[in-house]
Design a protein around this ligand. Sequence first.
Ligand code: PXP
Length: 244
Amino acid sequence: MTGKLRLGVNIDHVATIRNARGGVHPDPLRAALIAARAGADGITAHLREDRRHISDDDILRLCDEINLPLNLEMAATDEMVEIALRHKPHAACVVPERREELTTEGGLDAARGHNHLAPFVAALRDAGIRVSLFIDPDPVQLDAAVSLGAPVVELHTGAYCDAEGEAQAAELQRIVDAAAHAARVGLECHAGHGLTYENVVPVAAIPTIVELNIGHYLVGEAIFVGLEASIRRMRELMDEARAP
Ligand code: PXP
């Protein structure tokens, strides 16, 4: 089975550049419109507790003014759930969040965090928002997602992307096994974090993964080739990996 692989373009770091100077340029909304033209299937944005990149106003405008589904990445907090319920994005991806981290440095511990996460997952799901949990490629975490009633998981690909040689092959195998496990237990499987032109193909080739969320590398490449071209190239590599 080699169905189409969706690309969610994460536009957080367009906002990072904007915020470096304050003001309104470059506008993440404009990036979202370009992403749509370049073949993205959705837009992903992480509203962090400290608002270091995406702002509340960005979320409002992304919900109101773009035609692609929005995947809101959010911590499991009362504040974020209240915002999600107000805007009702197409999807919400629950991520772990620590103020001092540079980026999301590991998956959620859905197994040990079950009691904390359960009411947040239920509130989002009851509002008709497609909930995913950002977890490490670990069967214990996948089973915990099932018991929490989350229909979707996003596998954290950071360890695979950071590794080299045999260690990278081992990390890839963990993702392959986790994606197969997700299909067996009825979870829709996504993946993301740290993906680049160099490392995306083996992940994109995994047939039970249906969506990749990619941001930092695309925005970085956009400096050299423009955002539309950087996204189009990623789209091509994903489609080639998926070709029968
Ligand atoms: N998926 C999730 C859940 C994330 O938190 C991030 C980073 O914000 C990404 C995907 C995208 O990672 P990157 O910016 O490294 O492509």
